[in-house]
Design a protein around this ligand. Structure first.
Ligand SMILES: O=C(O)[C@@H](O)[C@H](O)[C@H](O)C(=O)CO
Length: 469
């Protein structure tokens, strides 16, 4: 008779002795290097406190919002004006129905790690958990900076528009007593969105922060370069691009200059013109990133804001995105090759939202490794709809089957919630179990020292070496 494992105990997700050793002896106490998230540097600087568990959990997390909607919860209890206790009760009603979803695990991991609560969250336990969690939250020492330090986070890299003042990154950098590095990532999506309604208004913001009047494409590139230099001066060493589809159009600067002029006049642009602008501009930026030894992140394959009605009410990043199924291999190879052929391809992390493209990405990075840089090209961690047990396993197995899992820069929270650092624990448990299974099946040597080093490298060391700081 097989012995049933206890629910989410100290060996959660660890199914063999080697995995248990790898997690508890090597992974568990490694610090966190979270190089992609959407946390507010302002809230870190101001050392934000929270009024209750609803504010922490439900004010910004569209992962939870999607589950609540699927459970028939009315929007007023999700993003609407219901009171916080009623929102929490609605969430407590949803969680028991979310078994199998990573949010079910994350919810209970966060209750355990940050509140010492080991009960299951459901309608019966909700009132008690609300009271006990809020009692912890109401303590003076329950603030953003202590959450970060308790989570053993050493580096946080946020997601920042080129026109951002980076005011709070600069203020945090000047503070010596808070030894966690909070650094910006250069995310110029709005600068590549020439087809979007907010492109011209965004150019006005770019003009304002740079003092450069943008009357032509050269002015535009000069302004972008100014902001890259500014971000670099504040400690930025990484960029980030959301490529909802992968574009590539062979073009010339002269062609793009004409396209840019048309955009300034708000004239219609063809798909070919839009993609020519995006291609040339991304290649320009990639060269700048390479010059500064920055990392370039490409988040590929999201299909965003699919619900028109709700987008008009709630705006972007509110749980109405999904996976697109554009083919990416050819344009992505041409984009990367256009940089590589000029020895201007920066260290690059490729994320795919479509897991069907896992092996496209895993094999693509092998086309451009080299330059004496360990893991120059990276297959980014299972992203968004894939940051679950299956998705993480599949991404790591694809990487292992085609490249070097040992050189992987590992997990990111990619979150808007300060309690999401439990996702690193979740990932590390899955990683240790994967390696442990290989050992127990005789597919990997029982060399706990070697495997332990690989686990610690993937958990922290590789990202630190790859990005810096
Ligand atoms: O950076 C992105 O494009 C995504 O991470 C996006 O922000 C999404 O809302 C998210 O946070 C997924 O976890």
């Amino acid at each position: 008779m097989m012995k049933m494992k206890n629910f989410m105990d100290e060996n959660f997700l660890l199914t063999n002795e080697t995995a248990v050793r790898l997690y508890h002896e090597y992974a568990k106490n490694m610090p966190i290097y979270d190089f992609h998230c959407h946390l507010s540097p302002k809230e870190i600087y101001e050392n934000k406190r929270f009024k209750n568990i609803t504010e922490i959990w439900l004010y910004g997390d569209h992962y939870k919002w999607r589950l609540m909607r699927a459970n028939g919860i009315e929007e007023k209890y999700i993003t609407g004006n219901a009171d916080d206790y009623d929102k929490f009760m609605a969430y407590a009603k949803t969680i028991p129905m979310a078994i199998g979803n990573p949010v079910y695990h994350w919810t209970h991991l966060e209750l355990q790690r940050y509140f010492g609560i080991y009960d299951l969250l459901n309608e019966e336990t909700a009132k008690s958990i609300w009271e006990r969690a809020n009692e912890v939250i109401n303590h003076d020492d329950f603030n953003v900076r202590n959450i970060i330090k308790k989570s053993n986070v050493k580096v946080i890299i946020t997601t920042d528009d080129p026109t951002d003042s980076l005011e709070y990154h600069i203020k945090l950098k000047e503070e010596k007593e808070f030894d966690v590095k909070v650094l910006p990532a250069f995310r110029p999506d709005k600068g590549l969105g020439i087809e979007k309604e907010d492109f011209i208004p965004w150019l006005k913001k770019l003009e304002k922060v740079t003092g450069i009047n943008i009357n032509n494409y050269d002015d535009f590139l000069q302004a972008l370069e100014e902001r890259i230099k500014f971000f670099h001066s504040v400690g930025c060493r990484i960029s980030d691009h959301a490529l909802d589809y992968v574009f590539y159009e062979k073009t010339s600067k002269q062609e793009v200059e004409k396209i840019f002029k048309k955009a300034l006049l708000r004239e219609h642009l063809t798909k070919e013109e839009i993609d020519s602008f995006k291609t040339y501009t991304l290649i320009f930026l990639g060269k700048k990133y390479a010059e500064l030894k920055w990392v370039m992140q490409l988040h590929i394959g999201a299909m965003r804001n699919n619900n028109t009605k709700m987008y008009k009410i709630l705006g972007p990043d509110t749980g109405y995105d999904s996976i697109s199924d554009f083919t990416i291999a050819y344009p992505l190879a041409k984009l990367l090759d256009s940089l590589d052929v000029e020895d201007a391809l920066p260290k690059t992390i490729l994320y795919t939202l479509n897991p069907a493209a896992n092996y496209v990405i895993a094999t693509m990075i092998g086309n451009f490794q080299g330059g004496g840089i360990i893991g120059k090209m990276q297959f980014g961690t299972a992203w968004w709809f894939n940051d679950n047990k299956d998705g993480m396993m599949e991404q790591m197995k694809a990487l292992a089957n085609t490249g070097l899992l040992s050189r992987f820069v590992g997990m990111v929270t990619d979150s808007r919630s300060f309690l999401s650092y439990a996702r690193h624990e979740y990932f590390r448990r899955i990683l240790c179990n994967l390696l442990g299974e290989w050992v127990e099946n005789g597919e990997a040597p029982n060399d706990i020292g070697l495997l332990g080093r690989i686990v610690q490298d993937i958990s922290f060391n590789n990202a630190k070496e790859y990005i810096g700081f």
